[in-house]
Design a protein around this ligand. Structure first.
Ligand SMILES: Cc1cc2nc3c(=O)[nH]c(=O)nc-3n(C[C@H](O)[C@H](O)[C@H](O)COP(=O)(O)OP(=O)(O)OC[C@H]3O[C@@H](n4cnc5c(N)ncnc54)[C@H](O)[C@@H]3O)c2cc1C
Ligand SMILES: NC(=O)c1ccc[n+]([C@@H]2O[C@H](COP(=O)([O-])OP(=O)(O)OC[C@H]3O[C@@H](n4cnc5c(N)ncnc54)[C@H](O)[C@@H]3O)[C@@H](O)[C@H]2O)c1
Length: 477
C-alpha cells in the first residue's frame, strides 16, 4: 500500500476535475480515479453537446423564418450528419482542458479504474489498494428509466445515447418534460422531427415558476411540438406508446425513436459505501452535512451524487468547498437559496432563489412579487421577443429572495439577481447600478427601478418631497 494521499478523488466529471485541480494548486498529494473518460456527463453527453445542438437548432429555426426579411426561407429537415459533426467538434475543442495529460501537468496523479472503498481510510482502484487522509466521492449520475412495461425493450434513447443517432428521427417521442426533455425536444423539433413530449406532472419544468413553464409550453406548441402534461405512460411497444392524458382519454402515439428524460440516479453501485462507512439518504443519494462531509468524516461528496441541484456549476462550487474543508479544515458551506440555473430553451428560462410559492410558504404575507413584462423592455421589442418577463420575489424588509427571467439571454441576466439574492439586496440597491441601454439585462434593472420608483410615491415620501419642494420654491423664488 502507498503512503496515504492527502486527497483521493473518485470520478473525473465537473466535480472531480475541479476538486483535483484545486487540491493540486494547494500543493496536496492528490490522485483522481476515473473508470471511463475524464470530463464526465457535462462534456460528453450533457451541457456541451446539448447546448451545441440547441445553437444549431436555433440557426435552423432562424433560417426557416428568413422570408420575413426577403430571403428564401429554408425548408425540410436539417442535415443531421452535419449537426452531429458540429456537436463532436465542440466536445473536441473543450476535451483537451479535461484530459489526463492536462491534469498530470498540474500535479494530479490520474488513475484509470473503478474505485471501491475497502475500509474507512482505504480504497481499491482496479486491484491497487490506496490509503487516503481524505477522499471525495464525485461519481455523478445516469439517466433513469421509469418502470413502464416495454420501455427498455423498445430501445429507448437517453441523453447518454441520443448523440449516436444515425439520422434525425421523423417522429420523436420524449418522455419527461424537465430540463432535458424541453431542451432536446425543442432542438429536435426545430431540426425537423415531429416531437411529442409526455410529462407526468401538470406542467413542464415542474420546479420552475408556473408562468415561465406556461410560456414555454405555448411556444413549443406554436413551433409544432405536441405536449401532454398530467399524462400517464402505460406501456410502450417497439413503435407505439399508450398513455392516458390528464382528461382521462387514452392515446396511442406512434414514434420512430423514444427519448427518456425522466431524471437521473446516482452512481453508487460497487462503490463499497458500507466498507467506507458512508450512508445514503432516503432518496438514495450520498448523505452529506452542510460542509459536504459524509457519515465518514474523512470522506466528502460533491456533484450529482449529493442529490442537491444537479448542475455543473453547483458540482464545481461544491467540489471547491469540499476540498477546502477537507484539506484546510475550513467550515465553508453553500447557500443553495442563492444558486441560479438556466434552461436553454427558447424562450430561455433562468431562476434563482425562491419561487413566489416557496416565498409565500416561508414568509407568508411578507412575500411579494414584482413583474416586469418584457413589452416594457426596448431590447425585447427590437428583437421581437416581448413575450418574456422578469419577476422579482421580495421577502421581509423588501429584500430580493428570488427571481425569474424569461427571454433571450436570461441565463446572463439572472447573474446580477443571483448577486442580489446572495447579498440580500433591496431593489433600490440593484437599481443604483447603471445598465447600458438597451440590453437584455435591462429586465432586472427596470423591474428594480419600477419598485424603487413605487417606494418614492408612498404617501409618506410624497408628503416629505412636497414639503421639500415647497421649501425650495420659497428659497429660490
Ligand atoms: C442533457 C443534459 C444537459 C445538461 N445541461 C446542463 C447545463 O446546461 N448546465 C448545467 O449546469 N448542467 C447541465 N447538466 C447537468 C450536468 O451535466 C451535471 O450536473 C454534471 O455533469 C454533474 O457532474 P458530476 O461531476 O457530479 O458527475 P459526472 O459528470 O457524471 O462525473 C462522474 C464521473 O465519475 C465516474 N465514475 C462513476 N463511478 C465511478 C467509480 N466507481 N470509479 C471511478 N469513476 C467513477 C464516471 O465515469 C464520471 O466520469 C446537463 C445534464 C444533461 C444530462
Ligand atoms: N440547462 C440545464 O442546466 C440542464 C439541462 C438539462 C439537464 N439538466 C440537469 O439534468 C438533470 C436531469 O434532467 P431530466 O430532465 O432528466 O430530469 P428532471 O428531473 O429535470 O425532469 C424529469 C421530468 O420527467 C418527469 N417524469 C418522471 N417520470 C415520468 C414518467 N413516467 N412519465 C412522464 N414524465 C415523467 C418529471 O415529472 C420531470 O418533470 C436535471 O435535474 C437538471 O439539473 C440541466
Amino acid at each position: 500500500m502507498s503512503t496515504p494521499y492527502d486527497l483521493v478523488v473518485i470520478g473525473g466529471g465537473s466535480a472531480g476535475l475541479t476538486a483535483a485541480r484545486l487540491a493540486a494548486d494547494l500543493g496536496a498529494h492528490v490522485a483522481l480515479i476515473e473508470r471511463d473518460r475524464l470530463g464526465g456527463d457535462c462534456l460528453w453527453t450533457g451541457c456541451v453537446p446539448s447546448k451545441t445542438l440547441l445553437h444549431a437548432a436555433a440557426q435552423v429555426h432562424a433560417a426557416r423564418r428568413a422570408h420575413r426579411y426577403g430571403l428564401t426561407a429554408a425548408t425540410g429537415p436539417a442535415d443531421w450528419t452535419a449537426v452531429a459533426v458540429r456537436v463532436r467538434e465542440a466536445i473536441g475543442r473543450i476535451e483537451p482542458h479535461d484530459s489526463p495529460e492536462a491534469l498530470t501537468r498540474l500535479g494530479v496523479e490520474v488513475i484509470r479504474g473503478e474505485a471501491r472503498f475497502t475500509g474507512p481510510r482505504t480504497l481499491d482502484a482496479d486491484g491497487r489498494i490506496m490509503a487516503f487522509r481524505h477522499a471525495l466521492v464525485a461519481t455523478g449520475s445516469s439517466p433513469h428509466l421509469p418502470a413502464v412495461p416495454g420501455l427498455a425493450e423498445a430501445g429507448a434513447l437517453t441523453s447518454d445515447t441520443v448523440w449516436d443517432l444515425p439520422e434525425l428521427p421523423r417522429r420523436l417521442l420524449v418522455i419527461g418534460g424537465g430540463a432535458v426533455g424541453c431542451e432536446l425536444g425543442q432542438a429536435f423539433a426545430r431540426l425537423g422531427s415531429q416531437v411529442t413530449v409526455v410529462e407526468a406532472e401538470q406542467r413542464l419544468l415542474p420546479t420552475t415558476e408556473p408562468q415561465a413553464a406556461d410560456l414555454l409550453q405555448r411556444r413549443l406548441a406554436a413551433e409544432g411540438v405536441t405536449v401532454h402534461t398530467g399524462a400517464v405512460l402505460r406501456s410502450v411497444r417497439p413503435d407505439t406508446a399508450d398513455l392516458t392524458t390528464a382528461d382521462h382519454t387514452e392515446h396511442t402515439l406512434a414514434f420512430d425513436q423514444v427519448l427518456v428524460a425522466t431524471g437521473r440516479r446516482p452512481h453508487l453501485a460497487a462503490l463499497g459505501l458500507e466498507a467506507g462507512g458512508i450512508r445514503t439518504t432516503d432518496r438514495g443519494f450520498i448523505a452529506t452535512d452542510a460542509r459536504l462531509r459524509t457519515s465518514n468524516p474523512r470522506v466528502f461528496a460533491a456533484g450529482d451524487v449529493t442529490g442537491r441541484l444537479p448542475f455543473t456549476h453547483v458540482a464545481g462550487v461544491q467540489a471547491g468547498d469540499a476540498v477546502l474543508n477537507a484539506l484546510l479544515g475550513l467550515r465553508r458551506h453553500l447557500d443553495y437559496d442563492a444558486m441560479p440555473y438556466a434552461v436553454f430553451t427558447d424562450p430561455e428560462i433562468a431562476q434563482v432563489g425562491l419561487t413566489a410559492a416557496r416565498a409565500r410558504d416561508r414568509y407568508g404575507d411578507a412575500a411579494r412579487t414584482r413583474l416586469l413584462p418584457h413589452e416594457e423592455m426596448d431590447r425585447a421589442v427590437t428583437e421581437n421577443a416581448t413575450d418574456g418577463f422578469t419577476q422579482l420575489v421580495l421577502g421581509p424588509k423588501g429584500r430580493i429572495v428570488g427571481a425569474t427571467v424569461v427571454g433571450p439571454r436570461a441565463g446572463e441576466a439572472i447573474v446580477e439577481l443571483a448577486h442580489a439574492v446572495r447579498l440580500k439586496w433591496s431593489p433600490g440597491r440593484l437599481a443604483a447600478t447603471v445598465h447600458p441601454y438597451p440590453t437584455h439585462a435591462d429586465g432586472p434593472w427596470l423591474a428594480a427601478l419600477a419598485k424603487a420608483r413605487r417606494n418614492l410615491s408612498t404617501p409618506r415620501t410624497r408628503a416629505l418631497t412636497s414639503a421639500l419642494l415647497g421649501l425650495r420654491r420659497g428659497v429660490l423664488r
